[in-house]
Write a protein that binds this ligand. Structure first.
Ligand SMILES: [Fe+2]
Length: 679
């Protein structure tokens, strides 16, 4: 009772002094030109500063106190204890103004039932200390942003998609010189509304923000293999800067691609869900590679779990702002993942998948995914609701010597279904003289050694229905995401290693793009004698490091290299020869291959800086976290002290990046599984 009374008196004094203080909050500049521009936020006259004082970031400005898009604690500023300080933030153009508010939050107001996705309590808004003026993007809300390219069915075309604040017609003008953008194509906008979202938080006032207008058009009659310049806008709304890309060459024999899954994006603030700081390194290294390639064409394939917006609309904007430096230069292709789609009423959810397909999409039911991207092909399925059709489900294209097929693991892929027939027909019609290699991509893996119990059944269904198609039609390589790791399998079919990819496709899990909430395969400090899972013989290499896969091919050889984010260098390589032979090896000394040949880098790019200061993936186990036998979803990873709340952004993973080594002879009975990992 005495303690409670003391807290009461302390709280009263805090609020009394707060009420009397004339806290100020100011921002500059108050007009920004485009996403990424920085504002400086300054405050002063905060009485009795507390490390729970926090800054709320709001857009639009009339959002209620609890409907911030993000927040930061004032104690990130070095001078916060003196009652003043500043924070600088890059802001993404959300097509409405921003404003900022400072609140006082107290220990007694911490509500452990009002939490973010990591079970960290969301800050309280009872005590407003100061508010700022608005920050606007002014006329820039009319400018095209979030520009991204994609292949079209015809190789002499390129699709471009972008976002603007209104629906008035825009154009893309393009040509082979910056000062000769003589071609023009009209782009018309579409949009979606809150009522078309299927569930919370996407259809609530917490998660919903106006997504603006999404524009799409096609640049046609492009000469092959040349640099094309383009610019987006209109005379009335103004024009974007000039971008460029290399057009496709259907006669080219060389292939270069960057492939990964589960990347997400970073935000400069905490928000309702975990965001992916590591994604910045992935983008950085891929940009390095694209620049090193010069005029050689390449493309990106992001195989599901794309932005991790999960119903928080503005995270999509943050994602597209982050990838624009890549996606405005090379085609950015996608597969659908559970975090774009899963919703309770999804049309295809057989009994065996009831526990697999849930609400991972945060109520988006594939709508932002379907409208914000335009992939080749014309696959679509009804959502069964008033939401628009789900698109970009399965499609294929040729690039150099490789035929790429993207599939959906989120909708019906069973024999007899529309997608199955598409896959069958597509694989059976590949011209192997033109494209001797076939690469299939999808989100949930057919093979993984991660303990994804929840997905066991779907893997069985994939093995039963899809693997025979892959084997019969001599798929070279299957690439999957969903598991946030890199793992390479032997050439495999029916869970048995083969000698060649012909009849036993190589499988790679490449879900290491940025998301981090799975426990590592590394030995844990409190159980140094026990691996989380023994590495079976068919798993040739696996690692907990983030990064991406580089794929290069010519008519004789397809090579995939794993590039690690901590140093931007190749750490594992597998080569598939047109003859069927598979050669592999790793830089880390875990040579495991069918053929004893040393690994080789995929192509010569500058190895980049050795400075890994921008690679936050190299981390250690938080000593406050308990890892054994726990999952994030059961709350065991909850940060107990509010002072550690920001740790929520890094909880859920243990890094250690050289975990590819075989773990020796652990007996199965000694495993300690990590259960119900959410992916
Ligand atoms: Fe996933």
């Amino acid at each position: 009772m005495i303690v409670n009374f003391s807290i009461f008196i302390l709280s009263l004094s805090i609020f009394t002094s707060s009420a009397n203080a004339e806290a100020t909050l100011s921002v500059s500049p108050t007009t920004l030109k485009r996403s990424g521009d920085i504002v400086n936020i300054e405050w002063s006259n905060i009485d009795s500063p507390s490390d729970l004082d926090w800054l709320g970031i709001y857009s639009p400005p009339n959002s209620s106190h609890d409907h911030f898009i993000g927040y930061k604690f004032l104690n990130v500023s070095a001078t916060w204890k003196d009652g003043f300080g500043s924070i600088t933030l890059p802001l993404t153009n959300l097509r409405s103004d921003y404003t900022f508010r400072i609140f006082r939050w107290t220990q007694s107001e911490i509500d452990t039932k009002h939490t973010d996705h990591d079970q960290n309590p969301l800050p309280g808004t009872k005590h407003l200390l100061a508010g700022s003026e608005n920050v606007t993007f002014g006329n820039s809300v009319d400018k095209a942003e979030q520009i991204h390219l994609a292949f079209e069915n015809k190789p002499n075309r390129m699709q471009v998609t972008f976002v603007a604040g209104d629906g008035e017609e825009r154009f893309v003008r393009y040509g082979q010189a910056k000062d000769m953008l003589g071609n023009s194509a009209a782009a018309r906008g579409i949009r979606y509304d809150r009522e078309q979202m299927c569930n919370a938080p996407a259809n609530t006032t917490v998660g919903w923000r106006d997504p603006g207008w999404i524009f799409h058009t096609v640049m046609k009659n492009l000469n092959p293999a040349v640099r094309n310049y383009y610019q987006i806008g209109s005379e009335a709304k103004g024009w974007s800067e000039i971008y460029s890309f290399i057009s496709r060459d259907m006669y080219a024999q060389e292939t270069r691609a960057f492939i990964f899954g589960d990347m997400g994006c970073a935000t400069p603030y905490n928000t309702f869900i975990r965001t992916q700081e590591e994604s910045k390194s992935t983008v950085k290294w891929i940009l390095r590679d694209i620049e090193a390639l010069g005029d050689k064409p390449s493309f990106v394939s992001h195989i599901g779990d794309i932005s991790y917006a999960r119903g928080y609309s503005w995270v999509w904007d943050e994602f597209f702002a982050q990838i624009e430096p890549i996606a405005s230069k090379v085609p950015y292709h996608v597969c659908i993942g559970n975090h774009e789609y899963d919703f309770p009423a999804q049309p295809w959810k057989p009994d065996w998948a009831a526990s697999i397909y849930g609400n991972d999409g945060g109520g988006e039911c594939g709508v932002p995914y379907s409208l914000k991207f335009n992939m080749p092909g014309n696959s679509s399925e009804s959502t069964g609701t008033k939401a628009p059709m789900t698109r970009n489900l399965y499609y294929s294209y040729d690039a150099g010597s490789v035929h790429f097929l993207s599939i959906s693991t989120e909708t019906n892929f069973l024999e007899g279904g529309t997608q199955y027939e598409f896959i069958k027909q597509d694989l059976e019609s590949v011209n192997r003289n033109k494209t001797p290699f076939v690469v299939v991509q999808g989100h949930r893996p057919m093979y993984t050694t991660s303990n994804e119990v929840r997905d066991t059944t779907i893997r069985q269904k994939m093995l039963e229905h899809l693997e025979p198609l892959f084997v019969k039609n001599e798929v070279t390589l299957a690439m999957w995401g969903h598991v946030h790791r890199y793992e390479r399998f032997c050439p495999i079919s029916n869970n048995t290693c083969g000698k060649q990819w012909k009849g036993s496709p190589v499988h790679l899990v490449v879900g290491m793009g940025g998301q981090d909430w799975q426990a590592n395969w590394a030995v844990r400090p409190n159980h140094p004698d026990l691996p989380i899972f023994p590495q079976p013989e068919e798993s040739m290499y696996r690692t907990g490091e983030f990064g991406y896969a580089r794929l290069v091919a010519n008519k004789h050889k397809l090579t995939v290299s794993f590039v690690g984010n901590h140093d931007g260098e190749v750490h594992d390589t597998v080569e598939m020869l047109a003859s069927g032979e598979v050669i592999s090896g790793s830089k880390d000394g875990t040579k495991t291959s069918n053929s004893a040949v040393a690994p080789a880098p995929a192509w010569d790019v500058n190895s980049g800086s050795k400075d890994n200061s921008e690679s936050p993936n190299v981390q250690t186990v938080p000593t406050s976290a308990t890892l054994v036998g726990k999952s994030e979803s059961d709350g065991s990873w909850v940060v107990k002290g509010v002072g550690l709340m920001v740790m929520g952004l890094v909880l859920g993973f243990v890094a250690g990046y050289f975990t590819g080594m075989k773990k020796g002879s652990s007996s199965r009975s000694r495993w300690i599984p990590v259960k119900s990992e959410e992916i």
